[in-house]
Ligand binder design. Structure first.
Ligand code: AMP
Length: 221
């Protein structure tokens, strides 16, 4: 079972991807995390993508496609993969389909999380992360016990550079222009499942699990 998670930044893709990959033994791959790890490691690729990421633009297709497809070549012992944040353009989706076909497999389901813009902006601009352990907090909905400090390791929390309101607006614009059309792409292939991402984390998870099970023909209990 190979899944794709679609949705604007801050829709909860990362949270749901972690739970879904555990529930169905899938390999979780977040394109944003892959790129952030490259930057943290100070690699040449990290340097090439920094400017795009910090300004809320998408990294060019030829860069991200090469990075993600290279990682997909090694399936490990997972029952499939779950892509979180990739594909984000029609070109990426087509490259992914071609690579899947060449490998004799396919995307089985694309799950889209819907959240209105005002809620996205609240969620992202309030997000704080620990630069030490990558724990994620929210100033209103998930504050740390001590203001501005990570509960786990006491390190001062920071805001991701691309989580400022100005950059979020650009990331949303990129989403509507380039990524939202992928819903139609997967709908045409009868692979699209849509979930209301404003529901609680548990309720969204239940919806998504239901859609995956339906696709699996109730093979997973
Ligand atoms: P994310 O954490 O998924 O919101 O990704 C953070 C940033 O990484 C995005 O704003 C883009 O600059 C870049 N990025 C991640 N995934 C992709 C992708 N599939 N295509 C192009 N850029 C991407």
């Amino acid at each position: 079972m190979n899944l794709v998670l679609l949705g604007p930044p801050g829709a909860g893709k990362g949270t749901q991807a972690m739970r879904l990959s555990k529930a169905f033994s899938l390999r979780h791959m977040s394109s944003g995390d892959v790129l952030r790890a490259e930057r943290k490691g100070g690699t040449e690729l990290g340097d090439r993508v920094a400017e795009y990421m910090d300004s809320g633009k998408l990294v060019p297709d030829e860069i991200i496609v090469e990075v993600i497809l290279a990682q997909l070549k090694d399936p490990g012992d997972a029952a499939g993969f779950l892509l979180d944040g990739f594909p984000r353009t029609k070109g990426q989706a087509e490259s992914l389909d071609k690579a899947m076909e060449a490998a004799g497999c396919q995307i089985d389901l694309a799950l889209s999380l819907k959240v209105p813009d005002n809620e996205i902006i609240d969620r992202i601009t309030g997000r704080r992360i620990c630069p030490g352990c990558d724990a994620v907090y929210h100033i209103k909905t998930l504050p740390p016990a001590r203001d501005g400090v990570c509960d786990k390791d006491g390190i001062t929390l920071i805001q991701r550079e691309d989580d400022s309101e100005e950059v979020v607006m650009k990331r949303l614009a990129a989403y509507y222009a380039q990524t939202e059309p992928l819903e139609a792409y997967y709908r045409r292939k009868e692979l699209l499942g849509v979930s209301d991402g404003t529901k609680s984390v548990d309720d969204v998870f239940t919806d998504l699990v239901g859609m995956v099970r339906e696709r699996l023909g109730n093979a997973v209990s």
